[in-house]
Design a protein around this ligand. Structure first.
Ligand SMILES: Cc1cc2nc3c(=O)[nH]c(=O)nc-3n(C[C@H](O)[C@H](O)[C@H](O)COP(=O)(O)OP(=O)(O)OC[C@H]3O[C@@H](n4cnc5c(N)ncnc54)[C@H](O)[C@@H]3O)c2cc1C
Length: 460
């Protein structure tokens, strides 16, 4: 970084220091590029915030990720001296779904798949015909249409709907598989069937050594996901980050002039050939006033689910046995919570011995209004639901922490194709500009890490 007439010069300005921006910074640093990351909050990590409190280690954002691609494998190997990876234990594979007020576990094998009470007998027979069903032709078909067509209503109600609640806090009537679940969509388009496609894909693909390490394993880190954030922050060197950067605005000259107000109230200008945005869609119009408003409107019309996340810690647990990942609640069950994660059953050190740590989720796109409830109202709902669902005699948590996410999870609906093509158009129109973040490329942490590296690589 060099200073000239009070304008700082650098190769790259990264906007936002969530997981995407931090990963981009990590790879820029690794490849000796000069860069500055501007973050409006006083801390890095974005929605990822872990806390140690009263003997519990709890999360205020994402709780677990998946070792879902080779960049995740590579990054975690490189950071291994700086943060301690935790892989979820045996409980991870047992996932509960609520049906008629009772927890039933998702099938874990072929025998289970036949005997499970989650799906109707008709649909169990129907699924045998899935490989022979014609692929869909409407690229904007909703997930509801897709699943009903291929698998049947009970699979929609008791497998896909709760899965979508768990991942997107979303609604299958809104999400479009082509954008929200591209792997699933491509199985149908490429192989004509989800079941047949999964089998054929497994045989057809030759895997590299790194690809062989990719898995559905569930990860976190000792001390919570913030340990990953801190490791990235330190590796990319904290001096390259500005936190508490207010009123960030990008202007176009022969390159880009990025200005912001620092914590002292001073206006700072940075000249850079490259600007990488990793912020949410809603922040783009303020950051890039030189971009045509019509183009921006095709990006910032993105719908975000609002989520309330409640960490509950119990020094002594006397509810249901916590022998799984957690429980998800299909919308058809009409309850006031979306699901419960059994965090202390997945990773060691989350709760005192004999105690429990739960993460409870409320709201989502179908209940956006819940985010406006007061803490007392939220506590009452949680108490009522958990006493029943977790068989608690008394509701007396030793830790209760309520966190509201007004813009939690972007929903990849039918408008996503236009959003992606508009971004590609803008990136061509403005060389050196990249618009990343979870408005494209997937919402999971593994997707964020993959994209973060790609954003850096496009500059290198
Ligand atoms: C409640 C919740 C639960 C989740 N659960 C999971 C899970 O279990 N597993 C999983 O894989 N994923 C989960 N996700 C999704 C995943 O956590 C996110 O997609 C991912 O962390 C987003 O990272 P990001 O860096 O793209 O965005 P963010 O974390 O949102 O970071 C963007 C950053 O940009 C900054 N910013 C915004 N505007 C400006 C501006 N004008 N100037 C400067 N900076 C700005 C913000 O302050 C923020 O720090 C969850 C998300 C939420 C909210």
């Amino acid at each position: 970084m060099t200073t000239n007439n009070s304008i700082i010069k650098t190769d790259v300005v990264v906007l936002g220091a969530g997981l995407t921006g931090l990963t981009t910074a990590y790879y820029l640093h690794k490849n000796n590029k000069s860069f500055i990351v501007l973050e409006k909050q006083n801390h890095v990590g974005g929605v990822i915030q872990s806390h140690q409190d009263k003997g519990f280690t709890h999360e205020n954002g994402p709780n677990t990720g998946v070792i879902g691609n080779t960049t995740v494998v590579e990054l975690f190997e490189e950071l291994s001296g700086k943060c301690n990876l935790q892989i979820g234990g045996k409980n991870v594979s047992k996932r509960y779904i609520l049906k008629h007020g009772q927890w039933k576990h998702l099938p874990m094998g072929p025998v289970d798949a036949v005997t499970t009470p989650l799906f109707t007998l008709k649909d169990k027979f129907r699924i045998l015909g899935e490989p022979f069903r014609k692929p869909g032709t409407d690229p904007h078909e909703t997930l509801t249409g897709f699943v009903k067509r291929r698998m049947g209503q009970s699979y929609l109600n008791y497998a896909i709907d709760p899965f979508i609640i768990g991942v997107y806090a979303g609604d299958p009537n809104y999400l479009v598989p082509k954008y929200a679940l591209p792997k699933l969509y491509n199985l149908e388009q490429k192989y004509g069937s989800l079941i047949g496609g999964s089998v054929k894909k497994g045989f057809a693909e030759k895997k590299t050594e790194a690809e062989k390490k990719v898995s559905r394993k569930t990860f976190s880190f000792e001390g919570g996901l913030s340990s990953l954030i801190n490791a990235l922050y330190e590796s990319a060197e904290k001096e390259n980050f500005v936190t508490g950067a207010k009123d960030v605005v990008v202007a176009k000259n022969e390159e880009y002039l990025v200005s912001y107000t620092d914590k002292n109230g001073d206006k700072i200008n940075i000249q850079a050939a490259n600007v990488i945005s990793t912020v949410g869609a809603y922040a783009l119009s303020g950051l890039f006033p030189f971009i045509d408003k019509t183009a921006i409107s095709k990006i910032d019309n993105l719908l975000y689910g609002k989520v309330i996340e409640v960490s509950l810690g119990f020094n002594h647990w006397d509810g249901v046995t916590l022998d799984g990942f957690g429980g998800l609640i299909p919308s058809i069950e009409k309850r006031d919570i979306l699901g419960v994660l059994y965090m202390s059953a997945l990773f060691p050190g989350r709760a005192p011995e004999g105690g429990a740590l739960l993460s409870v989720f409320m709201g989502g796109v179908r209940h956006q209004e819940l985010v406006d409830k007061t803490d007392e109202e939220i506590k009452k709902i949680i108490e009522r639901e958990l006493k029943d669902l977790m068989q608690l005699q008394k509701f007396n948590p030793d830790l209760i922490y309520i966190n509201r996410h007004q813009k939690a999870i972007p929903q990849y609906g039918a408008e996503s194709g236009e959003r992606f093509s508009t971004i590609e158009m803008l990136e061509k129109q403005y060389p050196g500009l990249q618009i990343g973040g979870n408005l494209r490329g997937g919402i999971g942490m593994a997707d964020r890490i993959k994209q973060g590296k790609e954003l850096a690589e496009r500059i290198l």
